[in-house]
Ligand binder design. Sequence first.
Ligand SMILES: CC(=O)N[C@H]1[C@@H](OP(=O)(O)OP(=O)(O)OC[C@H]2O[C@@H](n3ccc(=O)[nH]c3=O)[C@H](O)[C@@H]2O)O[C@H](CO)[C@@H](O)[C@@H]1O
Length: 364
Amino acid sequence: MRLMISGGGTGGHIYPALALIEALRKREPDSEILYVGTEKGLESRIVPEQNIPFKTIKIQGFKRSLSLENVKTIGLFLKSVGDAHKMIKEFHPDVVVGTGGYVSGAVVFAASLQHIPTVIHEQNSVVGVTNKFLSHFVTKIGISFEDARKDFPAKKVVFTGNPRATQVSRIKPNDALTEYGLQSDVPTLLIFGGSRGAEKINSATVEALPQLKQRNYQVLFVTGSVHYKKIMAQIDPNALGKNCVVRSYIAEMPQLLPDLEAILGRAGATSLAEITALGIPSILVPSPYVTNDHQTKNANSLVKNGAAELLPESKLNGESLLKAADALMTDENLRIKMGTAAKKMGRPHAADDLLNVLESVIKK
Ligand SMILES: CC(=O)N[C@H]1[C@@H](OP(=O)(O)OP(=O)(O)OC[C@H]2O[C@@H](n3ccc(=O)[nH]c3=O)[C@H](O)[C@@H]2O)O[C@H](CO)[C@@H](O)[C@@H]1O
């Protein structure tokens, strides 16, 4: 298969694309892949590290209100479509896949203009702006939450789940904690705010650290790369016992996840695909700053099944974080119950199901 794939901006769009590529390479080792992203997005760092051919186009996000800036953006969008058009002509893909972010809008739209089979993947329960636009032009649409179905043309939709679920579910516990200076036999809570970190989760954790240090469970606190320096400057080194470790970013999250007892974090869709694939108990603090509050809807789909707990950001501070962390980390039965409920929602075959969709649209 010759696969051109595009997803950009945040980890939540990029990692599903990488997981799909991994599954394709397993199924068809001689497949040819080209990933198209932007220079500025997280993808320009993550994708080349995975030895995946990577090219960039320039693109800019739309403002929600009509402005002069938007007129410029439309001009830039059309230019990006033109650039993508040339890349498609050179690469000759069998199928073009978009996993979200503005860049995938230009690439998939250009492919549809050339009548090349196209597939988009929606990770969230609420459909993103780019995918909503593309849904009118693409051949098929893979979704990860049933709630998304109603916002797309019904005939095109296939419930696949998120390919990242397949990637993480293949990895067994492997003593990864020791690489972070933690002990492999002590229950561990990962605290992180999605792929870019979250200020409110960071500040609440900093506030709670002196108490967390005294607990008999461990905490791996991941700040997000842009916040790291600022957070480290706020932490009294004495607040970090041997059971509390701070990192800026975890490059190898799939290796780490099976060794965790619980997670406190945002409710980004790709994180939730990981949590459910592995059955990890979680305390979810949905970001209130995302389109249509989609993280609360993502989170609620787990909460209503007893697979996670909700801690709204409006109630988050050092004290409430500590209370929620203690309640989960000191109650093994609760963790088992939550983990079992989470795993029931997991989609470990998602990558293969999405690959099947790709194969079904490729012109014979
Ligand atoms: C603020 C924002 O717009 N967030 C959106 C973004 O979130 P975001 O990019 O944070 O996405 P998710 O939480 O869904 O996924 C984060 C991904 O990054 C990985 N990771 C994270 C931290 C780290 O140190 N290392 C690492 O590898 C996680 O394992 C996961 O695979 O995309 C998601 C999927 O469309 C949406 O649901 C989110 O609402």
